[in-house]
Design a protein around this ligand. Structure first.
Ligand SMILES: [Zn+2]
Length: 117
């Protein structure tokens, strides 16, 4: 992969990470203890809190994948499948720049056949 391509991908990754981090820090999960909400209100609130936590978990994982991809760029390993070590299709990288695996290995992950680190 050419240097200018890599730089572009790096910019994309960094911009994506910025967006995620600002979203993550914007999530306010604190509950005011001085309030005594009725049970229905509380249930609704817990539900949305859980949803938010689930979203945060996804986003945190996403940030992790982006960090890994940036690390691979600086290690000169970017674009190599972390499982079979084949080159990842450039089209796939353009769509999912933080991809760890080639399409075949990603399918194995999704089928639960490949253990992720
Ligand atoms: Zn692979």
């Amino acid at each position: 992969m050419s240097k200018s391509n890599l730089n572009k991908i790096k910019d994309t990754l960094i911009a994506e990470r910025e967006g995620l981090l600002s979203k993550l820090s914007g999530n306010d999960l604190s509950v005011d203890a001085s309030e005594t909400p009725d049970p229905v209100d509380l249930a609704v609130r817990n539900y949305s809190k859980n949803v938010m936590l689930a979203v945060s978990e996804n986003e945190s994982r996403h940030v992790l994948l982006i960090n890994e991809a940036l690390q691979r760029i600086s290690d000169d390993e970017y674009g190599t499948c972390q499982n079979c070590e084949k080159n990842i299709n450039p089209k796939r990288l353009a769509a999912v720049p933080w991809a760890r695996y080639c399409l075949e290995c990603q399918e194995l992950v999704e089928q639960g056949l490949l253990e992720e680190e």
